[in-house]
Design a protein around this ligand. Structure first.
Ligand code: NAP
Length: 318
């Protein structure tokens, strides 16, 4: 277990990412399977669930978590986010203080709880200074509705600005073996300020999980195809890279996904990997990462393979 910075909240370093279970960009997901996936995460020692107000058009992700944890609230750490909602099936950013507070109340109701352990501003709203949004988070803290504060999809400047009002406990950027921009500025800043970093897309939306074959035909409804890393030459290069990971995984006797999550969790300054899953067997696999570690020699080989591959074209989710 690890701690959320400057709190006594203990979390499993492998977290359950609760976006795929709503099935907006992940296909062939049923509610029954999603509930089973959440239960499997808990059964395998994952106590940290990452969701958001906008996960599901009607907050389905928060509602499902509420169902699963109803009689286990003290065993689970819930992270949610406000500041993005759906309008005509498009995501809209709204970081105004009154919106942040109203959405938090709705999230509490959907989750069936009196408090959220970690609550994030999902993304900065270009129309609202982040210091104004920060004021709303301070009020939620003071009212005991949230226990700690996070920000997501922020630049270094936005982190610094938000911190003039409230130093967040957590920063949530995207980060994985091939998308490591935060290492140059935000990661060192977080280390210096004692801000935990919880990363999304550790498996690069499944590409680094090693199960998608080179000749995989994406279903037209699968939201991943719009990203360059799943297309043409980039896809081929990524598959070459994953082939190297497959070799290391075979040696360790663990899956490629576990190798990738393991590497992520051994990076200095990374507190947790938010691993999305849409099937129980996926989160069971990911949870097993917590039972072993890569050797230094394996990490060096992975780092060499990453250097040979080179960084890829990268853009945040929102
Ligand atoms: N703050 C933000 O703006 C933001 C943005 C994005 C995500 N997030 C958070 O971060 C979490 C992670 O992001 P993500 O879910 O988009 O991507 P991810 O964790 O990189 O990849 C998840 C996908 O990988 C595949 N997968 C997972 N475990 C696997 C395994 N063991 N074996 C084989 N395949 C496996 C599944 O896809 P298939 O089965 O379909 O191949 C799954 O849907 C989200 O769930 C959410 O909580 C936050």
């Amino acid at each position: 277990m690890r701690l959320i910075a400057r709190t006594e909240i203990q979390i499993s370093p492998v977290a359950m990412g609760c976006w795929p279970i709503v099935g907006i960009t992940s296909i062939n997901v049923t509610k029954q399977q999603s509930l089973e996936t959440l239960r499997a995460a808990l059964d395998r020692g994952i106590n940290f669930f990452d969701t958001a107000y906008c996960y599901g058009y009607e907050g389905e992700s928060e509602r499902m978590i509420g169902r699963v944890v109803a009689d286990k609230r003290d065993q689970i750490v819930i992270a949610s986010k406000g500041g993005i909602h759906w309008q005509d099936r498009q995501q809209v950013k709204d970081g105004r203080p009154e919106t942040i507070k109203r959405e938090c109340e709705e999230s509490l109701q959907r989750l069936g709880t009196d408090f959220i352990d970690l609550h994030y501003l999902h993304a900065p709203d270009p129309q609202v200074p982040v210091t104004e949004s920060a004021g709303a988070f301070q009020e939620l803290l003071d009212a005991g509705k949230i226990r700690s504060v996070g920000v997501s999809n922020f630049t270094l400047e936005q982190l610094q600005e938000f911190s003039t009002v409230l130093l967040p406990n957590v920063y949530q950027p995207h980060y994985n073996m091939l998308q490591r921009e935060i290492e140059t500025d935000r990661l060192p800043w977080c280390l210096e300020k004692d801000v935990s970093v919880m990363v999304y897309w550790p498996l690069m939306k499944g590409l680094l999980a090693g199960k998608l074959k080179r000749d995989h035909q994406f279903d037209p409804r699968d939201g991943r195809q719009k990203y360059p890393m799943f297309q043409g030459e980039e896809w081929e290069k990524n598959q070459d890279f994953v082939d190297e990971l497959r070799e290391i995984a075979a040696e360790t006797g663990h899956s490629v996904a576990q190798v990738v999550i393991n590497w992520t969790l051994q990076r200095p300054g990374i507190t947790a990997a938010l691993c999305g899953a849409k099937r129980p067997e996926q989160i069971i696999d990911n949870a097993q990462t917590m039972s072993w570690e890569l050797t230094n020699e394996q990490i060096t080989r992975i780092d060499d393979a990453i250097r040979d591959r080179g960084p890829i074209v990268s853009k945040a989710a929102v």
